[in-house]
Design a protein around this ligand. Structure first.
Ligand SMILES: NC(=O)C1=CN([C@@H]2O[C@H](COP(=O)(O)OP(=O)(O)OC[C@H]3O[C@@H](n4cnc5c(N)ncnc54)[C@H](O)[C@@H]3O)[C@@H](O)[C@H]2O)[C@@H](O)CC1
Ligand SMILES: Nc1ncnc2c1ncn2[C@@H]1O[C@H](COP(=O)(O)OP(=O)(O)O)[C@@H](O)[C@H]1O
Ligand SMILES: [K+]
Length: 599
């Protein structure tokens, strides 16, 4: 097999960009034309990973019971060749055929290696297997298949890959349903995998290795449209697909290993991208001629009598995040708390380069009739109303609109307005925009929902979660069409889910917006989106540092060269609990790390 020369830049792009199924097919095409044996490469690396995974769990391949769930397409073909290799190494192999046919030469390889084949569909026409059985026997076969699968050490899921359309149907769906039930596997449990850890068995249930994509996920949109098979490890080929990056499907992929087929990805438009490699470009290093004002001043209208802590946390976070100064505006008692916790804060009006509003401010439902903070925020946000005075709106400083300020947002605003809702807040926002949405809808289709808010309001939308998504303007294309790009940030560990964490993010956001060259963001919504995503990344990194873990919501896949032997994949430390103040303390080191990563 040919050694693939890959530059670091290409490797970085491969690890941080995902491409639609259609785009991937387009990139496969020239290689297939040249006769590159992609399926064999996919199978060989899958077999290698299967052996590693088994061994990691104390099972030698020649003692392993392996079950292959094989679909009728090329995904099944990949799986069959991989399974044949395992059977060749002494594994006991059962192929469960879920479709009407199987990739014929791959099936032959499996049979020659001693694999048994159990056909589930009475209408199937698979050479060398019995067919023409009745419905009663089909039911028995399904039960037998589930018994064998649940008793096995490793299930290789090769039912569907990028050829999947819609939710799983028919036998693949029934089998997935039965398997999930018997294995007692839930998505909740699979959440552990998002942190890059491979659990050692799920209460005795088999390990699951997905071929290319877990079957049942929305390959291109990252949704989970129905029953699916969460994996411990997903071996994916050529390039990442959106399901390996976007929530909630990304949580079903477990650890992802990307096999580099040598695709030419230069100039190919990704469907989504991780912010990781770009973060340092959002950090403005201090310059010799700087004074505090030129480094950026953040104005905060955050906190309230009810939540004074949010004012302190957002102010401290902003002050720690590489700016010259912060100005705090709020009720005297709250301002007093801010200044005593942060003597560097200035509790007075003045020029600012970016605003942060709303963290710890009550929303309409919880506010008193004349809430001082809400009144101030309403009046400030009025200046961003494109329907009222577009020139004025375009010339306002960038602003982060968080929590209690979200329901004060004007209907149409420029892209340098950054919203930072969590799923519940995004749902409320959509309802305010006359869309019938619940928190569950947002959790099921986070990207769609965030894109909807971006489309309806024009704001850059940062939807918080284990994987945080930023929906904003795309890189400028030829022509004037406005396109939206999906950027994700998964640097945060689950320890970040702690009260006040969002206030810290808002502070970092304000600081990053403030340190960009004054006036540069107003007409560059793409840069706003990059800056917003970078703030989430630094927040996540600070969370990793504070909690002593590298586990996080999403990390770039392990890149594997088909010509190289298996890599060792270390599991990260679990880390320890943190409070929001710990995140603030870790911000400076997070900046340093983000800059180091860029070198
Ligand atoms: N093009 C190639 O030569 C290569 C393809 N590769 C593999 O081939 C896969 C794509 O192969 P295909 O295009 O054959 O497609 P798939 O094998 O992913 O899916 C097609 C099969 O899935 C069934 N199916 C589709 N949607 C379904 C649903 N909702 N419920 C139940 N069954 C459903 C179809 O009936 C068909 O049998 C990739 O994911 C990858 O694993 C790799 O081997 C690399 C090279
Ligand atoms: N499971 C998780 N894994 C990683 N990060 C998380 C997780 N849950 C929440 N976060 C992050 O923690 C922060 C919580 O913010 P938010 O929901 O506003 O909390 P609060 O209002 O309590 O401050 C967000 O940045 C979010 O992305
Ligand atoms: K699969």
């Amino acid at each position: 097999m040919r050694m693939i020369q890959r530059s670091e830049k290409r490797a970085q792009d491969l690890r941080n960009r995902a491409f639609s199924a259609e785009t991937v097919r387009g990139m496969e095409h020239p290689l297939l034309e040249r006769g590159v044996p992609l399926m064999r490469m996919a199978a060989q690396t899958t077999a290698q990973e299967a052996i590693r995974l088994l061994e990691k769990n104390g099972i030698h391949v020649n003692e392993a019971n392996v079950v292959l769930l094989a679909g009728a397409g090329n995904n099944g073909g990949d799986g069959l060749y991989a399974a044949a290799a395992l059977a060749g190494r002494g594994a006991t192999l059962t192929v469960i055929a879920v479709g009407k046919s199987l990739h014929s030469s791959a099936l032959l390889a499996c049979m020659q290696a001693g694999g048994k084949v159990l056909v589930l569909d009475p209408e199937s026409r698979i050479p060398g297997t019995s067919n023409g059985f009745g419905l009663g026997e089909a039911g028995e076969r399904l039960e037998a298949a589930l018994d064998i699968a649940i008793e096995s050490d490793l299930v290789i899921d090769a039912m569907t890959g990028i050829g999947a359309r819609g939710p799983l149907r028919g036998l693949p769906a029934t089998l997935a349903q039965g398997f999930m039930k018997r294995a007692g596997r839930t998505d909740q449990e699979n959440d552990d995998h998002t942190n890059g850890t491979v659990p050692t068995g799920h209460s005795g249930a088999p390990l699951v290795l997905a071929v290319d994509t877990p079957s049942g996920v929305g390959v291109d949109d990252g949704t989970l449209p129905g029953i699916h098979v969460p994996a411990d490890v997903t071996m994916t080929f050529g390039a990442l697909k959106p399901c390996a990056m976007l929530p909630p499907a990304s949580y079903a992929c477990g650890k992802v290993i990307l096999v580099d087929f040598g695709f030419d990805i230069d100039g190919v438009t990704p469907a989504c991208e991780s912010i990781g490699p770009h973060v340092s470009s959002a950090i403005r290093l201090p310059r010799a001629k700087d004074a505090k004002y030129s480094r950026g001043v953040v104005g905060l209208i955050t906190g309230s009598a009810r939540f004074p802590g949010a004012a302190v946390l957002s102010s401290k976070a902003a002050a720690r995040a590489n700016v010259g100064m912060i100005r705090y505006l709020g009720p005297a008692a709250v301002a007093g708390s801010v200044v005593s916790a942060l003597p560097e804060a200035v509790a007075a009006k003045g020029h600012v380069q970016a605003w942060v509003v709303g963290s710890g401010v009550p929303d309409a439902q919880h506010a008193q009739a004349a809430d001082e903070q809400r009144t101030a925020i309403r009046s400030l946000l009025g200046n961003y109303d494109l329907g009222r005075d577009a020139d004025r709106a375009m010339n306002m400083p960038p602003i982060c609109v968080d929590a209690g300020a979200l329901d004060l947002l004007p209907r149409h605003v420029p892209g340098h307005v950054v919203l930072t809702p969590h799923a519940g807040e995004l749902a409320s926002l959509l309802r305010r925009l006359d869309e019938d949405t619940t928190r569950e809808t947002v959790e099921d289709s986070p990207i769609d929902c965030a894109a909807r808010v971006h489309d309806l309001t024009g704001a850059t939308v940062l939807l918080k979660g284990a994987v945080t998504a930023v929906l904003g303007a795309a890189p400028r294309q030829t022509g004037d069409d406005h396109t939206t790009t999906v950027r994700i940030c998964g640097s945060g560990p689950a320890w970040l889910a702690t009260a006040g964490s969002g206030d810290v993010l808002a502070g970092i956001m304000g600081a990053l917006l403030a340190q960009q060259d004054e006036g540069s963001l107003q007409h560059d919504p793409e840069k706003v989106a990059l800056t917003a995503a970078s703030a989430a990344y630094i927040h996540g990194l600070a969370g990793q540092i504070a909690s002593g873990t590298t586990a996080c919501g999403w990390q770039p896949p392990f890149l594997m060269d088909p010509a190289e032997s298996i890599l060792t994949l270390d599991d990260p430390h679990a880390g320890h609990p943190i409070i929001a103040s710990d995140i603030v303390e870790a911000i400076p080191e997070a900046f340093e790390r983000a800059m180091e990563q860029a070198r």
